[in-house]
Design a protein around this ligand. Structure first.
Ligand SMILES: NC(=O)c1ccc[n+]([C@@H]2O[C@H](COP(=O)([O-])OP(=O)(O)OC[C@H]3O[C@@H](n4cnc5c(N)ncnc54)[C@H](OP(=O)(O)O)[C@@H]3O)[C@@H](O)[C@H]2O)c1
Length: 355
């Protein structure tokens, strides 16, 4: 049993691992974000995180970052890592081998890796070689940090974020006006930041045609997500922004399967559920998160089928429309965050209640 001071230390170092891991947001998907620190006699002698997809794992970077004079202390150090070390040959060799090779005697892990090829075997292997392994330090926080990865691995679909902007009286658009702006320049920039953190972005047919959105991250520094549009009967005009080849785009439809430059047309079976097929295709393509940016019909489908994880709603408290397209509504959900944005806008984040 650990005493309070020991537990406090474990939490402190693991907290640092989570901070480091977070730096990989939007860069490592569909891999998890992972951070690691190496501690010798109460001092951090190495730190590292998984920086980009296919790149070295956190443990590798952490051990490599130890200075030449501290290298001798590696075997007497404790390695903290926010996810179970891998135990298989993927794009990089197993981290368990690296830990064993370096003679590290104690490893503290936040949570088990749900990936079938790891799933506890990394921890077992370390224990089998006599290494002391502590599992479960800041486990809840570590799982929350990697909510995209856990959902992708366990539910075999992307983590789904529903996003919309609404007026004070809960309309998302006027009936006949195209591209009517509800949110201001500041929240638009925030939305572009959110886009850069996700693997893909989805819109419905009417939104794509009426608003002609670009769905890029041009207002911030960050990568464009994969753009996805539902267009069953290929009604989207050829000069639409979504087809401009400025970012890879998938058009899910009922008519044809083809590739045009970086755009892909994927034909779905009209006798089966559209969204289930779409999510399965995205899962197989390694898309671990999806931000759904409307319109109302599309958002309501995800809500009605209970296929979502988080909703981000921006309300312009100074705008009343009186009529138009009703905002989706979510009941039985927990409000996780609420804060005032610049101007008259309020942001809510709603988490689906876990089953
Ligand atoms: N304020 C905001 O945050 C925001 C964001 C986005 C859009 N908007 C506004 O919303 C309006 C459009 O909303 P909307 O509800 O009319 O249209 P929408 O959701 O953009 O598109 C609806 C169409 O997309 C297809 N679709 C949607 N869900 C589907 C599903 N589950 N399975 C198969 N197909 C599906 C259907 O196409 P078919 O008709 O071919 O069956 C459906 O008619 C626009 O005025 C836009 O400006 C507002």
């Amino acid at each position: 049993m650990l005493n309070f001071a020991e537990l406090n230390d474990l939490n402190t170092y693991m907290h640092r691992c989570l901070q480091l891991a977070q730096k990989g947001l939007g860069k490592v998907s569909p891999n998890p974000m992972v951070g690691a620190v190496l501690v010798y006699e109460g001092k951090v002698i190495g730190e590292g995180f998984h920086e980009f997809h296919g790149g070295p794992h956190a443990e590798v970077n952490c051990i490599e970052n130890v200075s030449a004079e501290q290298k001798i202390n590696i075997p007497q150090s404790t390695l903290f890592v926010s996810l179970e070390p891998c135990n298989h040959h993927g794009k990089t060799p197993p981290c368990t081998d690296l830990i064993i090779k370096n003679g590290i005697q104690k490893v503290v892990v936040a949570c088990k890796d749900p990936f079938e090829k790891v799933n506890g075997t990394g921890i077992e292997k370390l224990k089998a070689t006599g290494i002391e392994v502590i599992v479960g330090v800041l486990e809840k926080e570590a799982i929350e940090l990697n909510k995209r990865f856990f959902t992708y691995r366990q539910q075999k679909r992307p983590y789904i974020i529903l996003k919309w902007a609404q007026s004070k009286d809960r309309f998302i658009a006027l009936d006949n006006s195209s591209n009517f702006k509800i949110s201001n320049a500041y929240s638009n920039q925030l939305v572009h930041q959110w886009r850069s953190e996700e693997a893909a972005i989805l819109v419905g047919t009417h939104t794509a045609i009426k608003d002609n959105p670009q769905l890029t991250t041009r207002l911030v520094k960050g990568k464009n997500p994969l753009r996805i549009c539902i267009d069953k009967n290929l009604q989207l005009p050829q000069n639409s922004n979504l087809l401009d080849q400025s970012a890879p785009t998938i058009i899910f439809n009922f008519l044809e399967e083809k590739t045009e430059g970086i755009n892909e047309y994927i034909k779905l079976d009209s006798s089966l559920d559209f969204i289930s097929q779409l999510l399965e295709k995205l899962y197989k393509k390694g898309v671990s998160s999806l931000i759904v940016e409307g319109g109302a019909k599309l958002l309501n489908t995800f809500i009605q089928t209970n296929t979502w994880d988080e909703a981000r709603i921006i309300t312009n408290t100074n705008l009343e429309l009186s009529n138009g397209i009703q905002a989706p509504s979510i009941v039985n959900a927990e409000i996780k965050e609420r804060f005032q944005l610049v101007g008259d806008e309020v942001f809510f984040m709603i988490n689906k209640q876990r089953d």
